[in-house]
Design a binder for this molecule. Structure first.
Ligand SMILES: [Zn+2]
Length: 492
């Protein structure tokens, strides 16, 4: 029989509620045996035992951000099309959070939270002055302690390879990285790319190649005890939806839906499939570097995308779930196989990965390690403290003055200029079409108090902004324009 070793601090018994995709063996064991217990000869069933969960901590971290990836367009999270075979395979050997919530419906504030464990308001990431970005409100302050800084201090080799201009050094996101590659900046320096003025096609294959190059260098020049943190940020499936021909040909449009954005959605799915293949190529790079078995792989997105769900398209313009629910898939040493349906947030990613790497978390993080939660603390968090938990609050001041407080089954949406509130029961109305605020005034009042508390906490802990100003290059302005961030159409 195979040995199953649970990670210390997150015993098998703590994993009650897990759903194993293959069979119930691990759950049976998890419910009856504690951490570090070896299994031998207890199963008379004929099905093969699942592969063992490798004991943690993980030695290396690969953090993959797939921009604009809406949760329900990921296969394992219920996609209508076969969009993500690679991500699904990763999910088979790790954990999938089906209610992972972004703190913002657009890139920069959401990535600020992911990389620091703090809410956008506490980071001061609340503005969107793309034409003339200012340090106050537009840029991740240097005083923020980032995941890369924490891991760099722990002697990790650190590298970022990014394709979204919103996480470029001009916006402060290179903090802590020894190497930081902006693929758009590389393209901008290439006359052939500039000639084509085609910033947005084919960034993904170049991102993968640059990331694999770094992994190969790491493998070639470091000793077995060295540790690596690689952050890879794909821009696709961000619009414009331009899949390569072989992926474009994979899916038919759903003409029966009557949705005028059905063709956009088809192309979006084809782009997801294309990115999924790139993620597969990236994971092969871990294998080639000889560190796949020792690496914690984390896949998330920064926000979702709308296809007419509430009458709009793209992202940034609302705080409904099509823009806030994102995939969070994680596999590697110390990570049990399970499907988690309780609410978590991108704000929990930093404490969780630090936990998995056995690195002490800095003080001031608002999120919670999801490895350490017991069923009891998890239930408490879902039923009560989720209203207060950082994962439940979202700030968005880029295009609309809306905040949301998501405390299942309730979700409160507040207009921050008028304080008008809408309330949705996510259990009965997951698409958020039926505002029931008038029927539940006490719930609204309770959640409004929580919302005010959360905002006050963020304001109180707000980091000072930097004194120096920043500026965009002409190439960066061109790319922002192509992405729709500069111009008349701000419904992105
Ligand atoms: Zn984004």
């Amino acid at each position: 029989m195979e040995a199953i070793v649970s990670r210390g601090g997150a015993s098998g018994a703590d994993r009650d509620g897990m759903e194993l995709s293959r069979d119930g063996l691990l759950r049976w064991v998890g419910l009856r045996l504690g951490a570090g217990v070896l299994l031998g000869g207890v199963c008379g069933c004929s099905e093969p035992a699942p592969a063992p969960v490798r004991a943690g901590p993980a030695q290396h971290l690969l953090l993959v951000v797939v921009d604009t990836l809406r949760a329900d367009h990921v296969g394992v999270l219920g996609a209508a099309r076969d969009t993500t075979p690679q991500l699904d395979a990763l999910a088979e050997r790790g954990v999938v959070f089906s209610q992972a919530i972004a703190p913002s419906p657009w890139t920069r504030p959401s990535m600020g939270t992911l990389m620091t464990g703090r809410l956008p308001l506490a980071l001061g990431l609340t503005d969107h002055n793309f034409r003339n970005p200012q340090t106050d409100g537009d840029v991740l302050p240097q005083s923020a302690l980032t995941l890369a800084e924490v891991l760099g201090s722990a002697d990790f080799a650190t590298s970022g390879v990014v394709a979204n201009i919103n996480v470029e050094p001009v916006f402060g996101f290179d903090q802590g990285f020894a190497d930081y590659v902006s693929v758009p900046a590389e393209m901008a320096s290439d006359p052939a790319w500039r000639e084509r003025n085609d910033w947005l096609r084919d960034t993904s294959s170049r991102v993968t190649t640059r990331a694999r190059d770094w992994l190969a260098d790491f493998a070639a020049t470091n000793s077995v005890d060295d540790r690596a943190f690689l952050y890879v940020h794909y821009l696709d499936p961000h619009d414009p939806y331009t899949p390569a021909a072989k992926f474009d040909a994979l899916f038919d449009a759903d003409r029966s839906s009557g949705n005028p954005w059905a063709e956009d959605e088809r192309l979006y799915d084809a782009e997801i499939r294309q990115i999924d293949a790139e993620v597969g190529r990236l994971l092969d790079g871990l294998d080639d570097a000889g560190i796949a078995d020792d690496t914690l792989v984390v896949i998330v997105s920064d926000h979702g995308e709308e296809f007419g769900d509430h009458g709009g398209t793209r992202h940034g313009h609302s705080v409904y779930d099509e823009l806030l629910r994102v995939p969070w898939i994680m596999a590697g040493p110390g990570v049990a196989r399970e499907r988690r349906r309780d609410q978590v947030g991108l704000i929990d990613v930093m404490p969780t990965v630090l936990d998995a790497l056995d690195i002490a978390a800095p003080t001031g993080l608002r999120g919670t390690s999801q490895l350490a939660l017991t069923p009891t603390t998890r239930a408490t968090r879902s039923s009560v403290s989720a209203e207060h938990a950082s994962a439940a609050v979202f700030s968005e001041s880029a295009y609309v003055p809306l905040n949301a407080l998501r405390a299942p089954p309730w979700k409160l949406i507040v207009d921050t200029e008028t304080n008008a509130a809408s309330l949705f029961n996510l259990a009965r109305d997951p698409r958020e079409h039926d505002d029931v605020a008038a029927h539940h005034p006490h719930v609204v009042q309770r959640l409004l108090e929580r919302w005010r508390d959360e905002r006050a906490t963020s304001e109180r802990n707000r980091l000072p902004s930097d004194a120096t100003s920043t500026g965009l290059s002409s190439a960066q302005r061109e790319q922002l324009e192509a992405l729709g961030y500069i111009g008349d159409d701000h419904a992105r």
